[in-house]
Design a protein around this ligand. Structure first.
Ligand code: FES
Ligand code: CO
Length: 326
């Protein structure tokens, strides 16, 4: 395992889209740990991707009758990791008690498969532990692979003053670049900004301009969201970002959007729009220096409109996150 940050080991990490996991095992990398995920009639499972017999990746095997079968000598593991059959044993021999796979916590929620390498705290994850509100429609988006450190990706998502330049004509208008001062509060371990008002010429890709009120939230080192309300209507939209940091300069970003308007519109419209925004952000993210997010607050120059970024940097330091930071 590459990462020893305790704060990351006990988190849920997004590893793939639910709809990308079919009936056969898939190898994923979680913070440098090789993990195999697979689906049975009992749900989803994640094991260390290594057979205890002769060290072959279990992801080379197959799922058969709710069991994962190793490709090398056919040992069979149930969803809990217990070995249930070793074909080469004669009738008088029994399965050694040590014959099991190492199981990790794994869940499927909001269209994403999540794995934890430790013991995640129950009830705290906004996407895993909170159901979609009734009357809202959700879309899972991505994954987007970015050549950028995870904390840089989260911070870009929390950055409100880039809308008018990177996403000009869509999320912002460079004729209205000022951001009124706001504050960030911490409630039950979640960072939350006050409402920030932004004029947005075309925030959904449909050609409609609105004044939007943004509230940003940071739930954990690699999971954040903003909630956006229209000034002039009851329209509500929330976008979650969950990042799997793959290496110091590489991340995979998963997004889940929720909205209470344009409910009949095809998902494709919103997905294509988000894809376009990410491509605009990519140019900034993949060229930022230093690549790692500096936690020393003297290292870059901050403005009042960057309060949520400053709070995030302080919180990363408090969490003891070293991966992707300097
Ligand atoms: Fe897996 Fe032998 S290495 S069964
Ligand atoms: Co952006």
């Amino acid at each position: 395992m590459l990462v020893r940050d305790m704060a990351l080991l006990k988190e849920w990490h997004p590893v793939m889209r639910s709809d990308a996991l079919g009936d056969q095992p898939v190898a994923v990398d979680v913070l440098g740990e090789k993990v195999v995920v697979f689906r049975t009639s009992n749900g989803v499972h994640a094991f260390k991707d290594l057979c205890i017999h002769r060290g072959v990746p279990l992801s080379l095997g197959r799922v058969d009758g709710d069991e994962l079968v190793c490709a090398y000598h056919g040992w069979r593991y149930n969803g809990c990791g217990q070995c249930t059959r070793i074909p080469s044993l004669s009738a008088s021999q029994s399965i050694p008690s040590k014959a099991h796979a190492f199981a990790y916590e794994c869940k499927e929620a909001r269209g994403i498969l999540w794995v934890s390498l430790g013991e995640p705290e129950e009830g705290r994850h906004p996407l895993i532990d909170q159901p979609l509100e009734s009357g809202h429609k959700e879309i899972a988006m991505g994954p987007y692979t970015l050549q950028a450190a995870g904390p840089r990706v989260i911070e870009n998502f929390l950055d409100v003053s880039h809308f008018m330049f990177v996403h000009e004509g869509l999320l912002g208008d460079s004729a209205f670049p000022e951001i009124e001062d706001y504050h960030v509060h911490e409630v039950n371990g979640v960072l939350r900004s006050d409402e920030i008002v932004v004029y947005q010429p075309d925030p959904d890709g449909t050609g409609r301009g609105v004044y939007s009120h943004y509230v940003y939230e940071v739930f954990s080192p690699f999971c954040a969201a903003f909630t956006k309300r229209s000034r002039d209507s009851s329209e509500f939209m929330r976008l979650y970002l969950a990042v799997l940091p793959e290496a110091n300069n590489m991340s995979t970003a998963f997004m889940v959007s929720e909205r209470n308007y344009m409910l009949d519109e095809a998902d494709e419209l919103f997905i294509r729009f988000q894809d376009k925004l990410i491509e605009q952000d990519r140019l900034m993210l993949e060229n930022q220096k230093p690549e790692l997010l500096p936690l020393d607050l003297q290292a870059e120059l901050h403005l009042k409109c960057d309060r949520i970024s400053i709070a995030y940097r302080k919180k990363l330091r408090e969490w003891g996150v070293t991966f992707g930071t300097e």
